[in-house]
Design a binder for this molecule. Structure first.
Ligand code: NAP
Length: 453
């Protein structure tokens, strides 16, 4: 696996892929580790997770630099990502045992009836490069603490992150086999899913990856959680604080180089505040510091891979050909590395690529709508349903509009984010199942009824 630094376009590292026999050995270790790991008291698993959080904090700069080198995330955002992973570990270290307490049910006199939450076994996690630490910890922290063991197939451009994460668990004191990274290409994933030792699969990634994995897992009758793409609406109503909406919206679109499933992608703005919003929004976007991701001042780094940036460029070109107007940006930057200009498009015709597909980069589509009903209709006019953000000075109105949006989460006067305290996941083509909070730790468990007379 060749690692190319996207800020320069040069190859910086090569990793050997795992062979078929490496994978077989890893699956054996995984199964053996599970039989012992599931018997450990949950308090002990919580303590080990707290140690993993400490390992993350102790080495955050090193892990952050690995991310930045491999996928181009600005270094300050990479450090923040490692800290967020540590907070995710803290959350489940503190709450896992209460989340997994048995439920007791009404029962005939003299009997006890409960539902116990028991682990399933080795779970395969197929993960993307965009938040190369957070996506993995979001899966691993709850699942390992619940007694499952993890097998990670990470994206092919972040093998260093995959191995670093494996080392976090090793250094924290987890037993061998509790968490392993498989350095394999995606065409070997089906064989791993089909293996009897693997009991369930979670995937965070694009729609095509999700469909393929879910279909293989379905044939094998193995449960899946799918965390897929999004085209989140950012709705600005006529009574919104326009300056705050513009500032947050610019960040919601451009953080992580615009490569976030829950980035605000379609800005749906009431006609009464449209001109004000557009002016402030474009000012905010033009003021973003684009540059070397290792520079502490940089806010927007390169795109992660040349091919992905070319896809984005084509989406914009085809949308402009269909009638969209470029207000700012609109092309790659004339410098080494894979840089795309933070871009704003208006007059975006329905059905053009920027309107109907996910744009995975710093490209915002801004729409003008006449009233609240049209805003809701435009916000829902997508095959995706991950997150949504609504801006209004009236909290009741915000809640009412939130109730009409087809999304897994809606944030009013706030950007969409993932937080260990609340469930995260989508509807429609954004997938199914939930991660984080109590919902996330219960996805891959046997809810076992135990009736004792
Ligand atoms: P991707 O191309 O789908 O890759 C994701 C992972 O799936 C990688 O490990 C990839 O391996 C693997 N993969 C790809 N095709 C596969 C197949 N047919 N069978 C088995 N595995 C396969 O997505 P990406 O470009 O890395 O990530 C961007 C996408 O992820 C966006 O759509 C984004 O919205 C979505 N995402 C969603 C969430 C969420 O929580 N909902 C969070 C982050 C990202 P290789 O690298 O080896 O191809």
């Amino acid at each position: 696996m060749d690692v190319i630094d996207p800020s320069t376009g040069t190859q910086i590292e090569t990793y050997e892929e795992h062979t078929e026999s490496d994978v077989t050995e890893a699956l054996d270790r995984s199964r053996e580790a599970f039989e012992e790991w599931r018997t450990r008291p949950i308090r002990e698993r919580e303590r080990l997770l707290a140690s993993a959080g400490e390992v993350l904090r102790d080495n955050k700069r090193e892990y952050a630099e690995t991310m930045t080198r491999e996928m181009g995330k600005p270094i300050t955002q990479a450090v923040a990502e490692v800290e967020k992973c540590a907070r995710g570990c803290d959350h489940y270290a503190e709450h896992a045992s209460s989340y997994l307490e048995s439920d007791h049910h009404p029962s005939p006199a003299g009997s006890t009836v409960k539902t116990a939450y028991e682990p399933l076994g080795p779970v395969l996690a197929v993960m993307p490069w965009n938040f190369p630490f957070w996506q993995v910890f979001r899966f691993a922290a709850p699942n390992l603490t619940a007694g499952n063991v993890g097998l990670l197939k990470h994206a092919s451009n972040v093998p260093g992150c995959a191995l670093a994460i494996e080392s976090v668990f090793r250094e924290a004191g987890y037993p061998e086999g509790a968490f392993q990274s498989l350095l394999i290409p995606s065409d070997l994933v089906d064989d791993v899913i089909a293996d009897d030792r693997v009991r369930a699969v979670t995937v965070t990634g694009s729609g095509p990856a999700g469909r393929s994995i879910a279909s293989t897992a379905g044939e094998q009758l193995k449960k899946t959680v799918l965390e897929l793409g999004g085209s989140d609406p950012f709705v600005v109503l006529d009574d919104a604080n326009v300056a705050a909406a513009a500032e947050t919206g610019a960040w919601a679109r451009n953080q992580n180089g615009g490569q976030s499933c829950i980035a605000a992608k379609r800005f749906v703005v009431h006609t009464d505040v449209y001109d004000d919003f557009l002016d402030s929004f474009v000012d905010e976007i033009d003021s973003l510091a684009v540059g070397d991701p290792m520079d502490e001042e940089t806010q927007v780094g390169p795109q992660a891979r040349e091919g992905l940036m070319e896809e984005l460029r084509e989406q914009v070109e085809d949308s402009v050909a269909a009638g969209a107007t470029v207000v700012t940006g609109g092309d790659r930057l004339d410098r080494d590395g894979v840089y795309y200009q933070p871009t704003v498009l208006t007059d975006v015709p329905a059905g053009c690529p920027v309107d109907s597909e996910e744009t995975f980069g710093p490209v915002a589509a801004v729409y003008e709508v006449d009233d609240e009903a049209e805003a809701v209709s435009k916000a829902n006019d997508t095959t995706f349903g991950l997150g949504a953000s609504v801006w209004t000075d009236d909290r009741d109105r915000g809640e009412r509009v939130a109730g009409r949006l087809d999304a897994g989460c809606v944030y009013v006067n706030q950007l969409v984010k993932s937080d260990p305290r609340v469930p995260f996941g989508g509807v429609k083509d954004s997938g199914y199942g939930r991660e984080l909070s109590e919902a996330g730790i219960k996805e891959f468990l046997n809810r076992k009824t135990v009736w004792v007379e």
